[in-house]
Every structure is written in structure tokens, then in C-alpha cells.
Design a protein around this ligand. Sequence first.
Ligand SMILES: Nc1nc2c(ncn2[C@@H]2O[C@H](COP(=O)(O)OP(=O)(O)OP(=O)(O)O)[C@@H](O)[C@H]2O)c(=O)[nH]1
Length: 358
Amino acid sequence: MGQQESDCRNTNSFGLSSGQICPLSPLARERLFTQPLPLLFLPCWCQMGLNTVTCRKQVIMGGRKMPRDEENAYGFQEFRSALQERRLRLLLAGRSGTGKSATGNSILQRKHFLSRLATTAVTRACATGSCCWASWDVEVLDTPDLFSPEVAQADPGFKERGRCYLLSAPGPHAVLLVTQLGRFTAQDLQAWRGVKALFGAGIAAHAVVVFTRREDLDGGSLQQYVRDTDNRALRELVAECGGRCCAFDNRAADGEREAQVGELMGLVEELVRDHGGAPYTNDVYRLAQTLGGLSPEERLRRVAERLAARARTWPLAGLWRWPKAGLGTRCKLGLAALLGALFLLYLLCRRRPEAVTV
Ligand SMILES: Nc1nc2c(ncn2[C@@H]2O[C@H](COP(=O)(O)OP(=O)(O)OP(=O)(O)O)[C@@H](O)[C@H]2O)c(=O)[nH]1
């Protein structure tokens, strides 16, 4: 694939102008969360396969098998139109200093984002850049440190995180989790958790792990590196992202960089096909889709408000994600059985109303 560099579009003014699709019915998961009783047991049931709501499903539509993501509110027609639109939104994420901006510049094939070696974070605000790749209009969103625990102090009003949402609305087709080859640290893992905290655990189905400093492979195979690494957290991360990973040497010569971008875009195209052309979406993106008529400030205020509300219910959301948090299957089943037994015990021990004697 060859890249034709050009500015297809200007930066997205909060991303709401393109591909607006009305939200459909709220997710079954959200509905279930409004029911108090099954709340405790949902994660277990879900993990045990009793609840199929969270699972990616194959649905038969018009004689064709279509993959469908639970997080997606799109219907069949919308899948098709998303593909026809030929637009890809890529969101760069990861800890500070891993090479997100440099990777963004490699994709855009020009120096668009500020990228340099520094002891403190260089990127201070979300920024977008766009280019054409093959027949795709590609929009790249670079992010500042939105994913570390420090974000709570740095962005107390959820403004920057709100901008991140609005700039990537109606949702990213792929999240590129950028990490340095050979330096996958606790901070990288925290950043990945931060990505899931901000967007929801379902984002993993749209994630690609991008390693910078490809030159350190010395011509070796990335797959083998990932397979052989003794860093278990890294192996688990790549597995969680469906094995999608690639490597960039952002200082390589133009031709080599173009080949690396081609490799990444191949993974992204496959991902997009797997999702029937639909980007990742969640309740915040769906909210953003309804705010088209409002001023940018008002949209930001509403989205920030929703993010703050989500953060307040974070322990509940954490409960939902808990089954995917890396516990062993046996352990999860054991806990599920224990919770089930406790629930039965509660039902049995509940005081029955006294029999009324006349
Ligand atoms: N050798 C080498 N250096 C790289 C590569 N990718 C990025 N770098 C360097 O890593 C440093 C940090 O890169 P940035 O792109 O600024 O990293 P960032 O993640 O955007 O950093 P923040 O904006 O602070 O979050 C810069 O000096 C880059 O030149 C790579 O593939 N190889």
C-alpha cells in the first residue's frame, strides 16, 4: 500500500460533523445495572457464559454472518455506511514519553505533533491530524497524559478527557496503545488500565499494541519477542488486545516508515472489517452524538458532566469489569459459586411474615 500524503480534512471541530448516527436503544448492560438485585452477580454470570450480553456475537443478517460488538449501538445499515464512509479514526494512547506523537507523525508522514525527548510530558492537550491512506481518510488523535492516576489532579473537571471524547466522536476505529520495546513497565500497565477506565473494558476489542524503538529488535521478529518475553503483563496485554501488535522505528528513513505504517494499517483494516466497519462506541460517545446542535462549550460541559458521573459510579463499573481483570478461571468460578451460595442463603434466611391467626 502506498500512502498519498495530503490534508484530506481540517481538524475535527469536536468531531461531531462527521458520520453522525443517532443512538439506538441503551445497552442491555446499562439497563441491567439499573436493576439492584442482580448487580452483585452480574460479573460472575457474565464470565460463566450465563449472560451473553457482553460477549461478541456473530449474528446472522440477510444470510450473512456479521460480527457484532455489545458496545455498539449501530444496526446493520449503519455498519455498511461506516464502511462506505472510508474514514478511520485512530486514537493514540499510552504513558508519557513512549513515542505517541512520533508514531502519529509517522502515520501522517509529516511532523505534525510536537515530539521530543523530555523529562516531563510534552503533549499537553489533545490534538488531531489527518491524512489519506490508500482509499481511507485517516484521522489521528494524539493525547496528553489522560491515562495515569495523576489525571485526577491534572484534569479535575474532566475537560481534557471530554475533549478527547469529542475529538474522537463518534468513536475511534482503533486505539493504538503505544509502548516502548523492552520497557513495558508498571506505568504502561497503569496507562492501559486508565484507557479502559476512560473508555470501558470493551475498548480492548479495538486496541492495537504499537511498540516504538523497533530498531532494538535488530531485525528480529516482534511476534517471537512477544512470545518469548518473561514480562507476563506484556504477554497478557497483547493477548487481551487479540494479539494485534506491530512495531515502529519512528526515526527510520521514509520508505521504511511507510512500510511500518502499511503493517499497522493492515491490522487496523482487519479490525475494522471484524467490526463490520463500526467504530468503538459507548454511552458517552452516544451522548456526544445527540449534542450536535449545541455550542462546542456546551457539548464539552455535557460530556465532562457525564464523565464525572461515570467516575462517581466507578466502583460499580469496576465490579462489572472484575471478571476480566485477570483472575484465573477457577478462581472466578469459585467466587461466582460462593456469591450464588450466599445469595441462596440470604433468600432462605429471610424472615417470612408471621402467619396470621384469627
Ligand atoms: N530511537 C527511537 N526514538 C523514538 C522512537 N519513537 C519515539 N522516539 C523518541 O522518544 C522521545 C519521546 O517521543 P514523543 O513522541 O514525544 O513521546 P510521547 O509519548 O508523545 O510523549 P508525551 O507527549 O510527553 O506524552 C522523542 O525523543 C522521540 O524522538 C523510535 O521508534 N525510536
